[in-house]
Design a protein around this ligand. Structure first.
Ligand code: HEM
Length: 116
């Protein structure tokens, strides 16, 4: 059970790496756009994160305030990706502040997970 939990945590981290990594690629290429990979990474983080939020394969106590805040932040990131993706499809420009918010909030969620 513990090994399975570690695998789910690994999947959760792959989700984080996928969102943040694909966002960084756009920053490095000076493109203000969201990509399908960011959406897949977010979905992976959400599914694995929800699975990790149940007390199985561990004796640790859960900090549900921390988990709840991470969930709210993830939903806001999802909303941003949805709005920005729809605007891009229509060929409209997307606000740089909203694009930056996706990366900053993703990093903030990782910081909350590791530091809190
Ligand atoms: C962009 C979104 C997210 C990012 C970047 C993220 C990042 C991380 C990271 C880096 C860890 C590892 C922390 C450590 O082991 O020290 C972690 C663990 C965890 N995350 Fe997330 N997370 C996100 C969303 C979520 C969501 C939405 C939930 C639940 C609803 C969640 C639940 C958890 C739980 C329960 C753990 C602890 C796993 C354990 O120690 O057994 N995460 N997260």
């Amino acid at each position: 059970m513990e090994t399975l939990r570690s695998i789910v945590l690994l999947v959760h981290l792959v989700g984080f790496a996928t969102i943040f990594g694909s966002w960084l690629v756009e920053v490095a290429n000076r493109r203000v756009q969201v990509t399908r990979l960011m959406q897949w990474g977010l979905a992976l983080s959400l599914i694995a994160g929800l699975a990790l939020s149940a007390p199985w394969g561990t004796d640790a106590d859960f900090n549900y305030l921390k988990i709840g805040i991470k969930l709210v932040i993830l939903l806001v990131i999802g909303g941003l990706l949805g709005v920005l993706g729809a605007r891009q499809k229509r060929g409209a420009q997307i606000a740089p502040a909203m694009f930056w918010a996706v990366g900053i909030m993703t990093l903030a969620n990782a910081a909350i997970a590791v530091i809190w």
